[in-house]
Write a protein that binds this ligand. Sequence first.
Ligand SMILES: *Cc1c(COP(=O)(O)O)cnc(C)c1O
Length: 436
Amino acid sequence: MTAATEVGCFETKAIHAGYDRSSNADAVSVPIYASAAFDLENAQRGDALAGGTLSGFEYSRVANPTVDVLERRLASLEGGVGAVALSSGMAAVSYALMCVAEGGGRIVAPVNLYGASIDALGDFLPKFGIHGDFVSDINDLNAVESAIGPETKAIYTESVANPSTAVADIEGLARLAHKHGIPLIVDNTVPTPYLLRPIEFGADIVVHSTTKGITGHGNALGGVIVDAGRFDWNNGGFPAFTHEELVISDQHVGKWESFHSRFGAQAFIKRIRIKYLRTFGAVQSPFNAYMQLIGLETLAVRERLGVASALAIAEYLRTLPHVTSVNYAALEGSPHNTLARKYLPSGVGTILSFTVEGDERNVERILDSTRVFSYVPNIGDLRSLIVNPTKVTHREVPKDHYEAAGVSDNLIRLSIGLENVDDLIADLDQAIAGAY
Ligand SMILES: *Cc1c(COP(=O)(O)O)cnc(C)c1O
């Protein structure tokens, strides 16, 4: 048979999309192309490749055949027109934010972002002229609209926040962004594209830390930027896309192009590859891309099992003495449950958090006495993980930000893996009972 590639449902595409066996020695598993550069073969072909009139590979900082399969597969799974894989999730976040606000600008975002993203928008990117305007609730569309000014270049949010599992109203935010001529950028790491595809609800750019649920085994770092290919970068607010540039022009024949004139709807993702990746060089290695492709093959079954266990654990924690609250948007009565039903009907993901009585001593005793849960600052691993956010993941987040995001010294975050759910529940049971 020939390989099914762009057809079928999510599970089918997660295994087949973007890969052509017949041009890869009929290998069923995507080969690792450990090659820094590629043979241009002859002068005419070299000229066509370099000029972009022929597609192919030249040098692995810009594109590599193994990484290319991962990019095509993730673009297909998210419903985008193109993707660029990077060496980490933070490379994806910072490239996307810098590209949209290149030359200076402002980005509206919630206070409950991933810690390093808060540090980027609140402290580091301002040194490059890119500033975050933080709102305490990204679903307060009036507050978001009041934060949008003439310098605003994007709304940036996470689809499901960590550790609260607050769900963003992507449709409402996309409508608001487009009314103001700016794109909506969504970090979709927590739910993975299996549970939620923001582009279907109007998002323009999706970023991921593929380190997490997509790879799923806690064994490789990676990130990706996916472009919906719908935003009009020629609306006057984004000069970086409409200036002519030598790198995409042909000075030999006097033909000058901007990213918008040359690539139209793909201007953003092409600029990420041809300027950001080519210049800053956070390249994903072919080996890591291979690990992520292997992870994607089982994403659907892992997520199905993980969300069922996460819900069972959240419901159980609610019944335990010493547990004062449980944050999991799929729970009846959660303040995020209405949005969870709309955006995440198959489950909100595999992280949840809860608060306990007492103080950080009790939290420390719980962390120190789990036997199945590992004390590890990661999520989306098939091993179950436990962490105290204020001491680890949210250390660089200003206190007023994390308090507004519901994070306190009494909060514990769990990332639910694929161990037997009864073992996980028994482990929490004994750890919590023994901490008081
Ligand atoms: C982990 C994470 C990141 C950063 O990803 P790395 O791969 O660790 O660089 C960004 N956003 C979210 C929501 C994350 O969980």
